[in-house]
Design a protein around this ligand. Structure first.
Ligand SMILES: CCCCCCCCCCCCCCCCCCCCCC(=O)SCCNC(=O)CCNC(=O)[C@H](O)C(C)(C)COP(=O)(O)OP(=O)(O)OC[C@H]1O[C@@H](n2cnc3c(N)ncnc32)[C@H](O)[C@@H]1OP(=O)(O)O
Ligand SMILES: Cc1cc2nc3c(=O)[nH]c(=O)nc-3n(C[C@H](O)[C@H](O)[C@H](O)COP(=O)(O)OP(=O)(O)OC[C@H]3O[C@@H](n4cnc5c(N)ncnc54)[C@H](O)[C@@H]3O)c2cc1C
Length: 673
């Protein structure tokens, strides 16, 4: 039976949805608990939904679509302040706060305070610095952001131009953004809200450039919020989405800060200007790794909203006829609709299991760093998280676009909620490392791993498949039924990635050995390098999903339905990249035909459980933020109701009629020309 997180005061459930729900072959609560992480966590989430969505500040998400930017900003600050106060009152942990962030769609002001500012202090500050700033930050005496990107450089951190020049006489750093291109541009909550910023700037001592380092900078007075001397700060303007957020710009002119305001956990400057460093030189990039890991889960959160909307709407929407004498079918019954939506549904689940595993690996790495001072896993986690952040954002954008179009005209309305999801996903594909750029980081790592294999060195866990010689591989699919064998499918993914990696590595080696300068050889293979990063990341996703479904401790019915999704995720990914799989002889032409047939069979298998599989995400209507995807399915009534909130309908006759249309129609306008 369905969970009861929706607003019961509303109408009767739509009959189609009721029937769909009664047809489910499994207990949706089992999946809900897996996704929440256990019964207690489901209970906590439901309590939080009650707490939040009884409050008008967090209710009826769709009304935000009718607001101006300034109203959106103000409302988001009110939400942020409420959430921060509740966090303190109830002593929510970071993990619990992440649940809250998801419930409210990250739609609250100052979100970077907890997403980046505090984690940066935790990772980059010394114990003394932490003792000073963390209590101020966690008690909201200071509100912070992460200011790294500049107008001229976001990707290439070695090209940053903001300078922090050490003055040993006063024991201060002097901060400057010397050119227009050096101004900080993009940091969230910088424009109007933050009192402080973690500024990444190039450290200069005695004229020597030591590269990017983190500095704590107070931006605004704590009395009246005015910018401090030498600081110009403001909002960068309307964006594709996240318009509630005051992403900002920042210019600095000879702003002096005490020496102790450089975050010195990994690098230190003594009072007489001596530079020392400890730990790996990329340790100052630590916060970016954390956010990339989190983003893979954010993509799952976003995509499950889009797919819930699209599947439920497809179950209540009837259109056209399959058979002249029959009724208009649910659009979900068209094979084409299923082929659009079920692979997205499968991807959404794949994203969940992948992001859960990535987070676990990240947590293990952090434990190693904290307890043993060991950074051994850092390179591996950096490489995996880059590729998976990139891949998940691509899957998210593609999937949400499909959901949008699958909802026809109504899907184009903002109140359908999918455009908002899509816009948010577009921010994820770019922020925290642009897609191509992060893929290339993964590819760089893969090239190093394959070089290790060639000299008999041990490779890291995610690359173990490189130890196999692709020459010894033969496609394990002997019959169409083999296409459902997850062990076979995993081997096929491993072989495709292995072959692609080896072939690019060998092309690079040949080019370099024949005298092509390394940077030219790299550039000539850049697209292939992105492709190997994608292949590697897709392999990880399939392996993670398979490992999860084959080790689940739940009912056979639930395992069965999740296994079908895992199979569909793998088969659909093969079909999307059939060229790659055939080129690497991971599958043959015959197998591709079987895979296509089996994919269609899976649509039929999944169809009876489609609604239950999105219900299992157990999204509260106020979190879903879509009038097409509401739990009760009364879509048309909701759409009509929404016109009441539309400011365009405030006056029956709009003032522009009197100003323009009437004079045109009466001839007055033309006679004036
Ligand atoms: C209905 C509604 C429904 C709605 C539903 C919605 C539901 C929910 C949806 C939720 C949506 C919410 C939306 C909120 C908005 C978004 C907020 C996000 C905030 C974003 C904040 C930011 O955006 S903040 C800025 C991030 N800005 C970058 O991300 C710069 C990229 N650029 C680099 O990151 C470096 O520039 C780059 C390339 C590594 C090269 O760095 P470089 O040049 O120094 O290094 P090289 O390439 O030379 O590499 C040298 C060696 O360093 C190694 N290495 C490099 N990085 C390393 C590292 N991190 N850790 C360890 N090792 C590392 C490498 O592996 C090499 O190792 P080796 O030598 O052994 O090979
Ligand atoms: C919503 C949002 C929120 C953000 N929040 C913050 C924040 O809080 N703090 C902060 O500091 N920053 C923030 N940013 C900035 C963000 O981190 C950068 O925009 C991002 O890292 C991309 O860098 P860029 O803009 O320089 O893109 P560019 O690097 O200019 O990318 C443009 C194109 O150039 C290509 N390209 C660039 N370099 C290479 C290369 N080496 N090889 C191949 N192709 C390349 C890219 O693939 C891309 O196609 C935010 C951005 C967004 C959109």
């Amino acid at each position: 039976m369905a969970n009861t997180t929706t607003d019961d005061s509303r109408k009767e459930n739509n009959q189609d949805l009721t029937l769909e729900r009664s047809n489910a072959s499994f207990n949706i609560n089992e999946i809900t608990e897996i996704i929440d992480g256990g019964v207690d966590k489901t209970k906590f989430r439901k309590e939080m939904e009650k707490l939040l969505f009884d409050d008008p500040l967090f209710k009826d998400f769709y009304k935000t679509f009718f607001k101006t930017r300034s109203e959106l900003y103000e409302e988001s600050i009110a939400r942020g302040v409420k959430l921060f106060s509740l966090r303190q009152k109830y002593k929510w942990t970071d993990e619990q706060f992440e649940v809250i962030e998801d419930l409210v769609n990250h739609l609250f002001g100052m979100s970077l305070h907890f997403t980046m500012f505090i984690p940066s202090l935790e990772r980059l500050a010394t114990e003394t610095q932490k003792a000073k700033w963390l209590p101020l930050a966690t008690n909201f005496k200071i509100l912070g952001t992460y200011a790294q990107t500049e107008m001229g450089h976001g990707t290439y951190l070695q090209g940053l131009e903001t300078t922090a020049t050490y003055d040993p006489v006063t024991e201060e750093f002097i901060l400057n953004t010397p050119h227009k291109s050096s101004m900080k541009w993009w940091p969230g909550s910088l424009g109007k809200s933050s009192t402080h910023a973690l500024v990444q700037a190039v450290l200069i001592i005695n004229g020597k450039n030591y590269g990017m380092h983190p500095f704590m900078l107070q931006l605004r007075s704590l009395d009246n919020h005015m910018p401090l001397p030498g600081i110009e700060v403001g909002d960068i303007g309307p964006k594709m989405t996240v318009n509630y957020n005051d992403n900002g710009f920042l210019l600095l002119k000879n702003v002096r800060i005490p020496r102790q305001h450089m975050l010195m956990k990994h690098a230190q400057v003594s009072s007489d200007g001596k530079y020392t460093s400890s730990g790996p030189n990329k340790a100052i990039y630590a916060t970016m790794v954390l956010v990339r890991v989190k983003m893979t889960k954010w993509v799952h959160d976003a995509l499950r909203k889009a797919i819930t909307t699209a599947v439920r709407y497809s179950a209540v929407r009837h259109q056209s006829k399959m058979d002249d004498s029959g009724p208009e079918p649910q659009i979900l019954d068209y094979q084409t609709q299923q082929y659009k939506l079920f692979p997205v549904l499968a991807d959404t689940y794949a994203l969940f299991f992948m992001s859960r595993n990535l987070r676990r690996q990240y947590n293990r790495m952090m434990e190693d760093i904290r307890n043993k001072g060991s950074y051994k896993m850092l390179a591996e986690i950096h490489s995996i998280s880059c590729g998976l952040k990139g891949l998940s954002s691509k899957i998210g954008i593609d999937g949400a676009s499909i959901c949008r179009t699958a909802c026809g005209g109504h899907g184009y309305l903002m109140v359908a909620g999918i455009s908002e999801v899509l816009g948010l996903l577009h921010s994820v594909v770019t922020a925290e490392g642009e897609y191509t750029v992060v893929c290339l980081q993964t590819a760089r790592y893969l090239m190093k791993q394959i070089a290790k294999v060639s000299v008999g060195e041990v490779v890291t866990e995610s690359c173990e498949y490189l130890n196999v010689d692709p020459q010894s591989f033969s496609c394990p699919l002997q019959t169409p039924a083999d296409c459902f064998n997850l062990t076979f499918l995993c081997d096929i993914f491993r072989n495709r990635a292995n072959s692609l990696i080896r072939s690019v590595a060998s092309r690079l080696q040949i080019a370099i050995e024949s005298g092509t300068p390394q940077h030219i050889a790299m550039n000539n293979n850049l697209q292939s390098l992105v492709r190997v990063a994608e292949a590697h990341s897709e392999t990880i996703m399939v392996l993670d999903f398979t490992a999860a479904v084959t080790s689940l401790r739940t009912s056979p019915e639930t395992i069965k339905v999740l296994t079908s999704l895992c199979q569909l995720h793998a088969l659909h990914t093969i079909v999307k990249h059939a060229g790659d799989f055939m080129e690497t002889e991971s599958v043959g032409l015959e197998q591709i035909k079987w895979i296509r047939e089996q994919e269609l069979k899976l649509l039929e298998i999944i169809r009876p459980n489609a609604v239950a599989l999105v219900d299992a995400f157990d999204l509260h209507d106020d979190s879903l933020g879509s009038l097409l995807g509401v739990y009760d399915g009364n879509v048309y009534e909701r759409l009509y109701e929404s016109t009441k909130y539309n400011p365009m309908n405030q006056n029956v006759v709009h003032p522009s009629y009197h100003k323009y249309l009437k004079p045109l129609m009466s001839g007055e306008m033309i006679s004036k020309l």
